[in-house]
Design a protein around this ligand. Structure first.
Ligand code: TGC
Ligand code: FAD
Length: 387
């Protein structure tokens, strides 16, 4: 076994040649293009636009979609891509999640043929960028309370409301916006972000996910042509996009967790205290053993879930379990790794603390840890804690 590896069960041997080839191409790109720059991007608090076309060239955008310029990869490969990118940084993975799972997926799944032909191919190349507006300032965990609404006006809808925390929002060409119609039904619109009546504000003051573009959109009598409506009604529209994104996050979190574990493991073998390497102390070994065990368990959950998604036999509450577990464990692992690194762990000579700050966001977005706990609770008890 490679002692720096967190793959204790040799789960890599379950991967096909094609899955490994794609994983390796992302790893090569991450090592040569992303890792050398990640600290500067994080300090500057900016998403690097220069990598978007590379993400497109590497087929990371909309990778599970078949046709319209997309490669139709299986869910294990999609997961591996997310893991490799988040091994570098959660904010960079967020760009890919939002573009693919939250914007291209609904267009593919619920769009008209005309909408698919217009958007999907350029989106797969990163020439059209999307963002996703479900959350509002007063409605996060409970989007059912949303106040954003549309009024019917002939060939158009008149859109009013306020969406917050849109990842990719300041550079997006289109926004997938979820709103209530006059009958209080949820509808989805592909909104051209240059339309009159949209005010965009970047959210700058973040300690977490600093390489990701977060923004808010205020719609004031924004006229959206009805031709931009998605063919879905009700919450299954936005929630089915979240399924794919949450699944990808369950893999991504394993990337961040293994980056932290690998850093702590290497350091513990070199750092001498009390005349011994830290790795010789039982308490340090216990921490490393726990981290490695949790990463292995998380990988088993995500790999098993990928096969269920391939067979279309998954349940959303199974995705909740993988998202909740893998992200909360990754956050714990990043904190333990930071502890093992001692003082130097708070500097950017190491990547652990950046991962730790990022994982605070990942544990909150796409459904907080406790919201997923309650989704699982509802399944196993048959009692709905949300009403
Ligand atoms: P509920 O009554 O349970 O369901 C309403 C309708 O939706 C259907 N449904 C689903 N369909 C597909 N997949 C799922 N996962 C689904 N969950 C529910 C359900 O069958 C029902 O359909 P129908 O036809 O019977 O009407 O809905 P609820 O309002 O009680 O939901 C409760 C709760 C808490 C589970 C839900 O509100 C929730 O998941 N809240 C969390 C909100 C959230 O995750 N927001 C994410 C915003 S996007 C984001 O964070 C992007 S981060 C981007 C990045 O990666 O950078
Ligand atoms: P709240 O819902 O106010 O929750 C606050 C706390 O209360 C949490 O601990 C929560 O678990 C707890 N809580 C809430 N309800 C219950 C309950 N019933 N029982 C027990 N505890 C409860 N949204 C988008 O639509 N698009 C995006 O692209 C997007 N990107 C994001 C990027 C970043 C960097 C961040 C931080 C968020 C992003 N979000 C996005 C928003 C994200 O989905 C929400 O932040 C998340 O759903 C939680 O909502 P909230 O922040 O309003 O917290």
């Amino acid at each position: 076994m490679n002692l720096n590896s967190s793959d204790f069960y040799d789960l890599e041997s379950d991967l096909s040649n094609n899955e490994l080839t794609i994983r390796d191409s992302i790893r090569e790109f991450s090592t040569s293009e992303l890792m050398p720059n990640i600290n500067s991007w994080f300090h500057e608090g900016r998403f690097p636009d220069s990598i978007i076309s590379e993400f497109g060239r590497l087929k990371t955008l909309g990778s599970t979609i078949s046709g319209y310029g997309c490669p139709g990869l299986n869910y294990t490969t999609y997961g591996l891509i997310m893991k490799e990118i988040e091994h570098v940084d959660s904010g960079l993975r967020s760009f890919v999640s939002v573009q693919g799972a939250l914007c291209m997926f609904p267009i593919f799944q619920f769009g008209t043929e005309e909408q698919k032909k217009k958007h999907l191919e350029p989106m797969s190349r990163g020439e059209i960028i999307g963002c996703f507006g479900l959350t509002e300032p007063d409605h996060g965990s409970n989007p059912a309370g949303m106040e954003t609404q549309v009024r019917d006006d002939g060939d158009s809808f008149i859109l009013n409301g306020h969406k917050k925390w849109l990842t990719n929002g300041t550079r997006a060409h289109i926004a997938i916006v979820w709103a209530k119609d006059e009958d209080e039904k949820i509808i989805g619109l592909i909104v051209d972000t240059n339309l009159k009546g949209i005010e965009k504000k970047e959210i700058k003051n973040k300690y977490s996910l600093r390489t990701s573009d977060s923004s808010e959109y205020i719609f004031q009598d924004c006229r959206v042509p009805k031709s931009q409506q998605l063919q879905v009604s009700g919450f299954k529209g936005p929630f089915s996009c979240l399924n794919l994104a949450r699944f990808g996050i369950s893999w991504g979190a394993l990337g961040a967790a293994s980056a932290c574990f690998e850093e702590a493991l290497q350091y513990s073998k070199k750092r001498i205290q009390f005349s011994k390497p830290l790795a010789r102390f039982q308490l340090i070994q216990a921490k490393l053993s726990n981290m490695c065990t949790e990463i292995t368990k998380g990988q088993l959950l995500s790999q098993s879930l990928a096969l269920k998604l391939d067979n279309r036999s998954f349940r959303p509450d199974q995705i909740s379990m993988a998202k909740m577990n893998n992200v909360s464990q990754a956050l714990k692992i990043s904190r333990e790794s930071r502890d093992i690194l001692g003082a130097v762990g708070i500097t950017d000579d190491f990547h652990t603390m950046r991962h730790m700050c990022n994982l605070e966001t990942v544990n909150t977005y796409e459904g907080t840890e406790d919201i997923h706990r309650l989704i699982i609770g509802q399944s196993i008890t048959g009692k709905n804690a949300f009403v």
